[in-house]
Write a protein that binds this ligand. Structure first.
Ligand SMILES: O=P(O)(O)OC[C@H]1O[C@H](OP(=O)(O)OP(=O)(O)O)[C@H](O)[C@@H]1O
Ligand SMILES: Nc1nc2[nH]cnc2c(=O)[nH]1
Ligand SMILES: [Mg+2]
Length: 159
């Protein structure tokens, strides 16, 4: 699937992400998890912040790749886990088409699956998410961006 399906950007700053993680954690803190399984790589960042909020130190990974920047390819599963997820919190940054989530759900059917952001197609595959984002939006994460100089509008208009 190609990048043409994305018509807008939804940009998330480090501050926003951190606030969103804390808000999601309010809904998780009463539960008792054995540990966290983070879906690499995007899930690693929220997983670390969630682990701090919920005081969880046992963190495992499912290592998987499906996108080359905005282009979706075949799923490449590099590492799984040897349990069905019972009592574990499964974390990814987002669910989009749900292809990644479907594959990981098969591996860990009993895990409690959360993402920070969810698009409509993938939303039914997760147990909990914080913010819904339109299907045609590309979510731009802070780790994929940098601070850059922006030319004043007046100078841009002179060109
Ligand atoms: O619902 P889907 O359409 O499957 O898309 C969601 C997945 O895509 C991204 O991962 P990606 O494969 O780009 O790898 P990364 O986490 O290493 O950036 C994102 O982190 C999710 O894991
Ligand atoms: N950064 C990012 N990765 C994705 N992988 C699938 N959809 C997205 C998205 O909207 N943003
Ligand atoms: Mg990912």
């Amino acid at each position: 699937m190609s990048s043409e399906r994305y018509h807008q950007h939804f940009t998330i700053s480090w501050d926003q992400l951190h606030r969103d993680v804390r808000q999601l954690c309010h809904q998780l803190v009463e539960r008792d998890f054995k540990g966290i399984v983070a879906i690499t790589r995007g899930g690693l960042i929220p997983a670390a912040l969630i682990a701090r909020e919920l005081n969880i130190r046992l963190i495992d990974t499912v290592c998987i790749k499906s996108y080359d920047h905005m282009d979706q390819g075949g799923l490449d599963i590099m590492k799984g886990v040897d349990h069905d997820g019972d009592g574990w919190l499964l974390v990814d940054d987002l669910v989009d088409t749900g292809k990644t989530a479907r594959a990981v759900r098969e591996m860990l059917p009993k895990a409690h699956f959360v993402t920070m952001y969810a698009k409509p197609e993938g939303r039914p595959l997760v147990d909990q998410y914080l913010t819904e984002v339109a299907q045609q939006c590309w979510i731009q994460f802070p780790w994929d961006m940098g601070i850059a100089y922006v030319e004043p509008l007046a100078d841009q208009l002179k060109k």
